[in-house]
Design a protein around this ligand. Structure first.
Ligand code: FMN
Length: 166
């Protein structure tokens, strides 16, 4: 049976929601690992597929995701790998953020990489966070939304030939 680990970090819940949607869509055994909530990480060797996801704040992915990727470069490049980000931008700017988010050697190895859009939960945000994000949205004319279709396509790309191999 295939087994997948989804490693993620989420500041206010969007990445976690996407990770749970991936969990729902992927067949076989799937485990979730929220890096913000645990001190030890499951043994990566015991999974054939790894997914890493984080969100963009001020142009960067969370440090905990960056650290995880750098510390586990060898292992990540030896697996079926999918990488995603959540962010408010779409199109070219989102693509640029995605390219910067993961170390190149890992990104090159990934079978699929994508951005899934973003959300803002103002109740969970500080005054500054609300102020800054409202400014960005207004000045850049951004539409705040999640792309469910991208999540579905991500799963298809990551699992199609895996399922054929089985
Ligand atoms: C303070 C702050 C800064 C942000 N900076 C960016 C940014 O530079 N680019 C972007 O596309 N989205 C940015 N976002 C949007 C987040 O990536 C988006 O809200 C995402 O859904 C957050 O996911 P999370 O709550 O799971 O961490 C920012 C959000 C906040 C609150």
């Amino acid at each position: 049976m295939h087994n997948t680990l989804i490693v993620f970090a989420s500041n206010h819940g969007t990445v976690e929601r996407c990770a749970r949607e991936l969990f729902r869509l992927i067949d076989g055994k799937v485990d979730l690992c929220n890096l913000n909530q645990r001190e030890s990480i499951p043994d990566l060797n015991s999974y054939d597929t790894l997914i890493v996801g984080g969100s963009i704040h001020y142009g960067k992915i969370q440090g905990v995701i960056d650290g995880f990727c750098k510390n586990n470069k060898e292992l990540l490049t030896g697996k079926r790998l999918g990488l995603f980000i959540n962010c408010l931008y779409s199109g070219e700017k989102a693509q640029q953020q995605l390219e910067k988010a993961y170390p190149e050697s890992i990104a090159r190895h990934a079978l699929v990489r994508d951005y899934f859009g973003g959300e803002l939960d103002e109740k969970k945000m500080s005054f500054w966070e609300r102020f800054i994000t409202r400014q960005i949205i207004r000045s850049e004319g951004l539409e705040v939304m999640l792309y469910k279709d991208k999540i579905e396509r991500f799963v298809e790309h990551l699992t199609t030939d895996r399922d054929e191999e089985a």
